[in-house]
Design a protein around this ligand. Structure first.
Ligand SMILES: [Zn+2]
Length: 240
């Protein structure tokens, strides 16, 4: 179903914006925010830490996207806290400085998207599957929707993306940003999937597929559509 919609939208975009390919490219297209690190382990299950899973899958995703020709950046490639690098927010809270560093990197680099990788936890051990959180803008929703459906296929789930109203990392307009909760560390099936090479490969591929679909649909448009959102343009196109 999603594929059909995507193809349709793509066709529509080509018809409306034939000159999109001539837009100059930005240095970094995809900023991968590797959740947690250093003293901040994120969620855990016994001695298994979220920060490690995030990094392992981020590296796989980085490789896949780079090999596909995209310009990608990881904000950490080892077990470190980003709060130590923070230059923008003089706040006594290490957690706040860490998050500020992640957000302001997006400001400095102006990528076409930021994808923040995380692992979920629930007291309900049956709870499983990916959850994508998006900002209050259409590009972020589109990216989240593509990611959610791509990952749903891998996990055999049918969840929909959720607007992340209270998340600090999502409260900015530097670039479309999403938080990808890749699965639940508290669920046996998800945990095996998140930690094994086969599962990690599938997750990285599913994210990479959604990212390239998003870039095909919306990537270049951000450069020249500061006043109008993508979906507004689509709406206008369909109603004219
Ligand atoms: Zn997390």
């Amino acid at each position: 179903m999603m594929k059909k919609i995507t193809v349709f939208v793509l066709f529509a975009m080509t018809a409306v914006f034939p000159a999109a390919a001539s837009v100059p490219l930005t240095p970094v297209q995809i900023l991968i925010d590797v959740g947690h690190g250093g003293v901040d382990s994120g969620t855990s299950y016994h001695d298994l830490f979220e920060k490690e899973i995030n990094l392992q899958i981020a590296k796989r995703l980085y490789r896949r996207l780079s090999e596909a020709g995209y310009r990608v950046m990881l904000n950490r490639d080892r077990d470190q806290a980003l709060s130590d690098d923070n230059q923008w927010l003089n706040n006594p809270s290490r957690h706040k400085r860490d998050l500020a560093q992640r957000k302001h990197l997006a400001k400095e680099l102006s990528p076409q998207m930021m994808i923040s990788l995380h692992v979920n936890w629930s007291s309900d051990q049956q709870r499983r599957g990916p959850v994508i959180l998006y900002q209050a803008n259409n590009q972020s929703f589109l990216l989240a929707d593509l990611l959610q459906h791509s990952l749903n296929q891998v996990f055999g789930t049918r969840d929909e993306p959720v607007q992340g109203r209270s998340y600090y990392l999502l409260k900015h307009e530097y670039c479309p940003t999403v938080i990808v909760e890749m699965g639940f560390i508290s669920n046996t099936r998800d945990r095996a999937f998140l930690t094994g090479p086969a599962g990690q490969k599938k997750i990285a591929q599913a994210i990479a597929d959604a990212v390239s679909e998003y870039l095909l649909i919306a990537g270049d448009l951000q450069q020249n559509s500061s006043e109008e959102t993508l979906l507004n343009k689509l709406r206008r196109f369909f109603h004219q």
